[in-house]
Design a protein around this ligand. Structure first.
Ligand SMILES: Cc1cc2nc3c(=O)[nH]c(=O)nc-3n(C[C@H](O)[C@H](O)[C@H](O)COP(=O)(O)OP(=O)(O)OC[C@H]3O[C@@H](n4cnc5c(N)ncnc54)[C@H](O)[C@@H]3O)c2cc1C
Ligand code: SF4
Length: 316
């Protein structure tokens, strides 16, 4: 691990200003992703601004009938909140499908959203990787790409966004609230939060330098049956090859988002009109622009079959 300096922030504005002030500074929340990457020298921050003392650990009801989830709410607390379990069950199911109990006790809402890709070439510092070192090339293109993306990928990077929670948040039309170093607040629709890689795969979100996530908000509940199916190489403690988050209404209409396939949770709202006609009708539209490799072409069929399984469960 490279040497770094450390401070504990006392307010969101102070935290944002501290990261903006020092080149190479980063926020530290639960540390379950950032510290792993620091040990491997994939991330080499010069300064850590620990945000864990900030009062951002509450889940509150909003005047609009939704929920405001503080950035520091731990994954376990969010998944077990009775309002979340009752009204946003897909979020509980997605969170508990990820990591392990110990990790979820430590991991925060903001840190989970910002977890970095699990592309094996990103983790291997002997390999070229445009995300780790811009302009160095991509070891995965032409390499082993079974776990990697099939849609929204670019000639510079074919990695996926690996998380589960964000797939449910995309389905629920969440917003990400932030404060910047000047104290300005903004609310980013989750669909605009994670960027497509394009030519700049090292730029992963729409956050600006020093911008601190303070909360995630959920709109009022939408009813329906909430489901999350995750297909992976091991039954637990593994990232999704494909995951499906869905809310399905009694008449067969609904919403669906996919994980494990793209640089961000993948949802095409226009395709949801096809939900009553079955899984194939939906995925034909969702994956119309897919660019799979020979290694990961299987994900297209897996996505259709996983959605079909979700639809069967919704009817049961
Ligand atoms: C073995 C293992 C298995 C896992 N399996 C899964 C899985 O199956 N599914 C899954 O979804 N996840 C999985 N994870 C990932 C886990 O969910 C993340 O490590 C965790 O959610 C990160 O949260 P954190 O609070 O620890 O973030 P940190 O590691 O503290 O931070 C992550 C990033 O977020 C930034 N950050 C943190 N807080 C803020 C803020 N408020 N504003 C702006 N930036 C901020 C940090 O600077 C850093 O860049 C796994 C992790 C491990 C180690
Ligand atoms: S797919 Fe992306 S993360 Fe993986 S090696 Fe290529 S550039 Fe790096």
């Amino acid at each position: 691990m490279k040497a770094f300096t450390y401070e504990r922030a006392q307010s969101p504005a102070q935290a944002a200003a501290a990261v903006a002030r020092k080149p190479g500074a980063k926020f530290l929340a639960g540390g379950t992703n950032l510290l792993d990457l620091m040990k491997l020298q994939i991330e080499t921050p010069t300064h850590l601004v620990d945000v864990q003392d900030l009062a951002l650990d509450k889940i509150e009801e909003t005047p609009e009938g939704g929920l405001r989830i503080g950035a520091l709410v731990r994954n376990t607390a969010l998944a077990s909140d009775m309002r979340v379990r009752r009204d946003y069950g897909v979020l509980t199911k997605a969170i508990v499908a990820g990591a392990s109990g110990q990790l979820r006790n430590k991991a925060t809402t903001a840190g989970n959203l910002l977890q970095r890709t699990r592309c094996p070439y990103f983790y291997d510092t002997n390999q070229p990787c445009n995300k780790r070192q811009p302009g160095s090339g991509c070891g995965a293109i032409g390499g082993v790409s079974r776990q990697l993306g099939v849609i929204g990928v670019s000639d510079a990077c074919i990695a996926t966004y690996p998380g589960d929670m964000a797939v449910a948040l995309r389905l629920l039309d969440a917003h990400v609230e932030t404060v910047d170093p000047q104290g300005a607040v903004r609310s980013i629709p989750i669909g605009e939060f994670h960027r497509l890689w394009g030519d700049t795969p090292h730029l992963e979100t729409s956050l600006k330098r020093g911008e601190l996530i303070t909360a995630v908000t959920l709109p009022r509940p939408i009813g329906g049956r909430h489901l999350y199916h995750k297909v992976r190489d091991r039954a637990s403690y593994a990232f999704a090859l494909v995951s499906v988050a869905a809310v399905i209404q009694p008449d067969g209409s609904g919403r669906v988002a996919f994980g494990g396939v793209a640089p961000r949770p993948w949802r095409i709202e226009a395709a949801e009109e096809a939900m009553p006609r079955g899984a194939q009708a939906v995925t034909a539209q969702v994956f119309a622009e897919a660019r799979p490799t020979a290694d990961n072409r299987f994900k297209l069929q897996l996505a259709t079959r996983t959605l079909a399984g979700v639809m069967v469960e919704a009817r049961s």
